[in-house]
Design a protein around this ligand. Sequence first.
Ligand code: ASN
Length: 331
Amino acid sequence: QDKKPNVVVIGTGGTIAGAGASSVNTAAYQSAVVPVDKIIAAVPEISKIANVRGEQIFQIGSESFNDERLIKLGKRVSELLKQSDVDGIVITHGTDTIEETAYFLNLVLKSEKPVVVVGSMRPGTALGADGALNLYDAVLVAGSKEAAGKGTLVVMNDEIHSGRDVTKSNTFKVETFRSPYGPLGYVVENKLSFYRLPARPHTTQTEFDIDKISSLPRVDIVYNYGNVSRTAYDAFVAAGAKAIIHDGTGNGSVAEQIVPVLQEVRSKGVQVIRASRTGSGVVIRNGEQPDDKYDWVVTDDQNAQKARILAELALTRTNDPKELQKIMWKY
Ligand SMILES: NC(=O)C[C@H](N)C(=O)O
């Protein structure tokens, strides 16, 4: 009797589908060239732990993900999760934007079944390639009962991270993924262990449903630095942004020359959301700036790229900055 779980592996590209000219090319290679079925076939050990089939949805570097692709991926995952012969899903993905895709799926999927996003930092052709073990571990987690109901997960480098928290922290090292509160668990020697649970609502507990989303409102990010000017704000407003994430210095600070610009942005009906380019910590409402007075919103502990995902989803529900603030604090 076959008790192995059925896991679908959806290929989207990235370095886990990459190939270099020689085995010493660990960081210079072409990403998104190896088909998902070939990636699976390169790890025959997987057939001992799960019945796996591959499905190629994209073949791209994850830097080329956009909202349309996020929606397409989310809808396909949702469809598969409804099938009784699917126990879990693995998505092979580039590492650059894994954190955005994982957070998105964590917020919009309506299933308790495990969904695991996985990538690699080195192409399969490199000495010390990390993709094979990462994929094996991802399938193990996606096929497990323990991973159910924990939201979308990212499995990389022996660690299981919450899609909400995880972020890429290094350009080339295999230990690049970090969560401010640590991983949820480990995978080692064919065994997974969870040590903590996500506290924020996810998947079945959210107000966002991928089956009901066909487009997302435009939200852009403006990075701040000494000498920052209004050019990018004006361009994004002119391009039709519904919200601008002000990726401020420190605690989402706003330079003196930008304060009137953000007031003007808001007066045009565009939401202003203060985030921090430090990438960690909480942006304090009415701290650096009088958000109540200006009708602005702050992120909680999310970096700008995660705040963008949440804001896009939030704006499908409300355009009231008070409600938007509640959502930014909730998820
Ligand atoms: N390690 C990687 O996967 C990087 C690649 N640029 C990607 O995100 O697709």
